[in-house]
Design a protein around this ligand. Sequence first.
Ligand code: NAD
Length: 499
Amino acid sequence: MAKSLSADDYRQMAAELTPRTQAFIGGQFVDAASGKTFATVNPATGTVIAEIAECDAEDVNRAVALARAAFDDGRWSHQSPRNRKRVLLKLAELMRRDAQHLALLETLDMGKPIAEALAVDVGSSANCVQWYAEAVDKVYDEVSPSGPHALGLITRDPIGVVACVVPWNFPLLMASWKIAPALAAGNSVILKPAEQSPLTALKLAELCAEAGLPEGVFQVLPGFGPTAGKALGLHMDVDCLAFTGSTEVGKLFMQYGGQSNLKRVWLECGGKSPNVVLSDVADLDKAAFHAALGIFYNQGEVCTAASRLIVEDSVHDALLEKVIALGQAMQPGDPLDPATKMGAIVDQRQMQRVLGYIDQGVREGGVLALGGRQARVTSGGYFIEPTIFSGISNDMTIAREEIFGPVLSVIRVKDADEAIRVANTCDYGLAACLWTRDVTKAHTLSRKLRAGSVWVNCWDGGDMTMPFGGFKQSGNGRDKSLHALDKYTELKATWIDLT
Ligand code: NAD
């Protein structure tokens, strides 16, 4: 195991870092066809880290053609699952070997605390790659129960060319949740990272090549959404588009699919998750800890952020007091310091957006119980204090719209029925938490919650065995678990007449 590093070690590593900056197309690191580049910025300091190749439609055309050729000649798609497993296990091993480097790139690029980048982002990404590698030679197809006169084979074929378009909040992890099952299933994969956070995707390309993925099977196209992302969405030879990001852009991808070749479009979109604490909660301290973690972890830039704390009257005041105390102790710090619990907001635009929502909350009559201001202003970076509003009603803007920052809305309710009604009154349905000691209530109320993930007596429960995705406008796809393989395969029925 690598030795743990100090803040000074990471600063030294950062000073010496030369990240990959070119696109990865056809097994080579290359400039964008246009020669254009864009700056990627460290949000903790506001300084430019590197100039990155800015891919657009021309690069997309080239990468798709190479991906198609690789798929058709079978260099990966026709390999046995056991061989694909071997290469992907090697990839997981290389990700662990370079974990500190990957974590550093993630922290510098999007501002998250280095300790979390290492343990969660890189650790979970490597686990994800390993999990699909190990799974893929243990998944069987089916034979239909059609009797002696026919043989019905129900098989899963790889879908072809898969494009993955991902956000900046967990750049490597969101990419891994898509590319690992897509590659394991035998597809050719093109990854477009968010323009705010391209660095770990480019490092991943290097590791994929080292692990032995053949040329053209995995390619990385950094660039902007309305150019590179849109070109992938509209491409007539991309068979499947797996997207994680905002609901607004998810809707565009559905349109792109309809305007082009009816590619399979899988969406993992935004959320406004309710965290329901009932009066019979078994452990108020644990509930408070998870409530604070649920909104301040990753600076609140989490699709499943528990941004609406819905609390039954009798425990409301005691819980609020505890969450405020925990929030106060989570002030933002230097993301390169392993002791830091909250880092920088991804960029200035997102910081202004979050501060705008805080102003809106005040204007609509919310009570600002903690924070509300920019922090660490002299750093040149983009930090926001942990912020808590009490006295919120579910129809206020900050209770309805996804803020994607460290801003909690606390909503008081009179009983469990009102709590579930408020929880479900929302355009999104990604996740929901429920706190109760009563096992019957836990079962009956979790069935009523309209969300893809329901977490009872915790926030963010689950592991690779559990599917993850949304109801309603949180999307239609499911990452993680064996169910994710369904997204990257076509179901084929082969009927052999035996008469
Ligand atoms: P975003 O929708 O702005 O961008 C996501 C990706 O789409 C980026 O790669 C971007 O370049 C691309 N894109 C943007 N505009 C595009 C366009 N017009 N055409 C094609 N591509 C385009 O989202 P973001 O700001 O990067 O990320 C935050 C959002 O992601 C939040 O809404 C969050 O809830 C969501 N998210 C969801 C999940 C999940 O699993 N459900 C996980 C993480 C984040």
